[in-house]
Design a protein around this ligand. Structure first.
Ligand code: GCW
Length: 687
């Protein structure tokens, strides 16, 4: 089955000759601690990796191999003498559970490589870190690594619909999870867990946040009847134990998205009012049942009172009352509720609603509740200003939700790296002080973290597009260490995925790092407009193309001008920020051009800083964006013969389609704006 899907970045190809001897000396013999499930996963990984890298078998030892020149030792200091003796006292005690050290040391005349941690989980991460260095051909003779993750919770959210095996906003085929066949396991589960653990991911929410009927979007009724809520049924929970044990070996906890109405749907209660004592008791018993089966279960993710999902509003309760009812049930077991702040519908401008709803509740959520907030106030647009909730709820545990899948960035077809976008979000300074005021500083508590909505599916590529594997990779690496720069992460991915050829490295790096700005330009015109795009293929159920009647609500175009007034005279989103951010967005003169039309409604001929008018800049950006997509495609074409045909052809075909879609949309949207503005383009391109 392994050849039915790609290895992604865990390729373990033969190392170059000039590295081989040094590697051989320190890794051909490996002494790995015994007991835990995590250590057995480590041993399996070495069995997979080392023969690939060295072209010869690895020797695994149960004690120190005394008669060889050198060896790899993986364990806690308590597990083995060589580690205790060669790592200074206290160096390991100082680490977080997930942290680890990797060092080259000399031990009684042998050249060793030590991977150590205070906990088995850190050994898994340390091993994958070492294998990454080997995959990249890095020297290991003088190595001294100390690592700890920035965030305690590093979680993947699947939007997979159990039993149907569809994936909402997934562009890589069916769900990899076959819930109907559990407890039977598939090899793919383990290989997926390996990919995630190699990035330091420690939690997976297995199913879609939409756990019931989802009354919008596609016209296909049947595709909207979701049954994720059934996963809380007793027989389904029993089935999940096998899947949990696969992930457990890699230190990954499983979570479920649950339906707030479960006490009524699954239980025999006639209410799910979170303040009703029977309802609370039902959740307690359900939690007890789950933890009996899965002692390390992570907790629940909830989308409540949003896009048709049930919630506390059904009973006039608020989000605190709702979240805390579930939290009290998980609390004795150490479980956590991740409660989404993605609510809209009652305010004319959806941007302002999450803050209005959640900020007043600060301080009232139970200790084991995390409020999970999308990066921007709308919905994973190619570019949005950040959510005003960051920094606004100092007494609440917060989680940041990013989208790895490309719902609005070209779906499975366009090559769009999200990494530069995530860097922009992480570095944004909110001027709200906690332990720092950048967005990336807000999720560092024990009950906090970063989650990503995944792009994974049954496709051979896993992500529907070979280059989009880079987004999963980048997500994991960035949330382990948000200080890593985009080039470093991108280069790591390319080298492990395509090998060490410099030309390939330079080319793919340029494509990935330039792809996001290109996408913004050809989809949105680059001045902060949202939801204006034509994305994906029409025949895909998931394809995104809002009906032209919806457009004015998004971009606010009139004969006089364009943009959405979110200043004090408009919806007031700018005012939800702290100063000086609020005044910077509020004032047309200081509002950054990239967000201009998100915050301001301006005349078509309003002059930008360089004298260009708004309408001309939109025209230019749509044209330049397409040209940029063409340039990136041409860059890819230079790789013919430098990488394998299968991956070359796959990406080349998609690039043609990307350019084609971008051109089509450019013509539609520039023509459409021309109809409003009746201003011809200065370069003879519009109309
Ligand atoms: O707007 C949307 C997406 C939905 C998604 C929702 C959410 C899971 O288009 O597909 O539903 O966001 O994040 O809940």
């Amino acid at each position: 089955p392994r050849n039915q899907y790609d290895d992604c970045w865990l390729r373990y190809d033969r190392v170059s000759d000039d590295r081989r001897e040094s590697y051989r000396r320190r890794i051909k013999h490996a002494y790995v601690a015994e007991e835990s499930p995590e250590c057995s996963a480590v041993r399996d990984e070495l069995r997979e990796a080392i023969p690939g890298l060295l072209g010869e078998d690895v020797h695994l030892w149960q004690h120190r191999p005394e008669t060889v020149d050198g060896f790899l030792a993986i364990g806690t200091p308590g597990d083995m003498e060589v580690i205790k003796e060669s790592i200074p006292d206290g160096a390991v005690d100082d680490l977080d559970d997930d942290g680890y050290l990797i060092r080259s040391v000399e031990y009684e005349g042998q050249d060793c490589l030590v991977v150590t941690s205070g906990a088995d989980q850190g050994l898994v991460y340390g091993t994958f870190h070492l294998l990454r260095l080997l995959n990249m051909g890095e020297p290991i003779d003088e190595i001294d690594v100390r690592e700890e993750p920035a965030y305690a919770n590093r979680v993947i959210n699947h939007w997979d619909n159990p039993f149907r095996r569809t994936v909402e906003r997934g562009y890589a085929g069916e769900s990899i999870f076959d819930f109907d066949r559990l407890p039977d396991l598939r090899d793919r589960y383990e290989d997926y867990a390996r990919l995630l653990a190699s990035l330091g991911i420690n939690g997976v929410v297995l199913n879609n946040v939409n756990t019931e009927y989802y009354p919008r979007g596609s016209t296909n009724e049947a595709s909207q009847q979701f049954d994720g809520w059934r996963l809380l049924e007793s027989r389904r929970l029993e089935d999940l134990t096998s899947l949990a044990s696969v992930f457990r070996r890699y230190g990954i906890q499983i979570y479920l998205s649950v339906n707030f109405g479960a006490p009524k749907r699954i239980g025999d209660l006639d209410t799910f009012d979170p303040l009703d004592e029977d309802v609370r008791q039902w959740w307690r018993e359900k939690a007890d049942e789950i933890y009996d089966l899965i002692p390390d279960f992570g907790g629940f993710l909830v989308k409540a009172d949003s896009e048709g999902q049930d919630g506390p509003y059904n009973y006039d309760r608020d989000h605190v009352e709702g979240a805390n009812a579930l939290a009290q049930a998980l609390e004795p077991h150490g479980g956590r509720v991740w409660w989404r702040a993605f609510v809209y519908g009652s305010h004319e401008d959806r941007a302002i609603q999450a803050y209005d709803t959640f900020e007043p509740l600060d301080g009232d959520f139970a200790e084991n509740v995390t409020v999970q907030i999308k990066n921007g106030p709308i919905d994973f647009q190619p570019r949005e200003p950040v959510s005003t909730l960051f920094g606004a709820m100092p007494e609440t545990d917060l989680g940041l939700e990013l989208q790895i899948t490309g719902e609005y960035t070209g779906q499975g077809v366009h090559a769009t790296s999200h990494l530069p976008m995530w860097k922009e979000i992480f570095e944004f300074d909110t001027h709200a002080d906690r332990d720092g005021s950048r967005v990336q500083d807000f999720f560092r508590g024990d009950g906090e973290g970063v989650v990503g909505v995944t792009s994974i599916g049954e496709d051979h590529t896993w992500t529907g597009h070979y280059l989009m594997q880079s987004n999963l990779y980048a997500f994991g690496r960035l949330i382990w260490d948000p200080d890593l720069d985009a080039e470093t992460i991108t280069d790591e991915w390319i080298t492990q995925t395509f090998g060490a050829d410099e030309a390939v490295l330079d080319t793919v790096r340029e494509i990935l790092l330039d792809s996001w700005e290109a996408c913004i330009d050809y989809e949105t015109g680059g001045l902060g407009l949202i939801h204006m795009m034509h994305n994906g293929q029409e025949y895909l159920e998931n394809h995104y193309y809002p009906a032209p009647e919806e457009w004015p609500g998004y971009h606010g175009a009139t004969e006089e001008g364009i943009g959405y007034d979110r200043t004090a005279t408009g919806s007031g989103y700018a005012q939800q920020f702290r100063d000086p951010v609020a005044s910077r967005f509020e004032d047309v003169e200081t509002c950054p051009e990239k967000h201009l039309l998100f915050f301001h409604h301006l005349p078509w001929d309003h002059e930008l800083e360089d004298g260009t008018t708004v309408i001309q800049r939109l025209y230019d950006n749509f044209y330049d964006g397409v040209e940029e997509a063409e340039r990136l495609r041409d860059l890819w074409m230079t790789l013919e013969g430098k990488i394998d045909d299968r991956r070359f052809e796959h990406v080349a075909t998609r690039f043609d389609e990307q350019v084609h879609q971008a051109e089509k949309w450019r013509d539609v949207i520039t023509g459409y704006f021309y109809d409003f503005a009746e201003i011809e383009g200065e370069k003879g391109r519009v109309p």
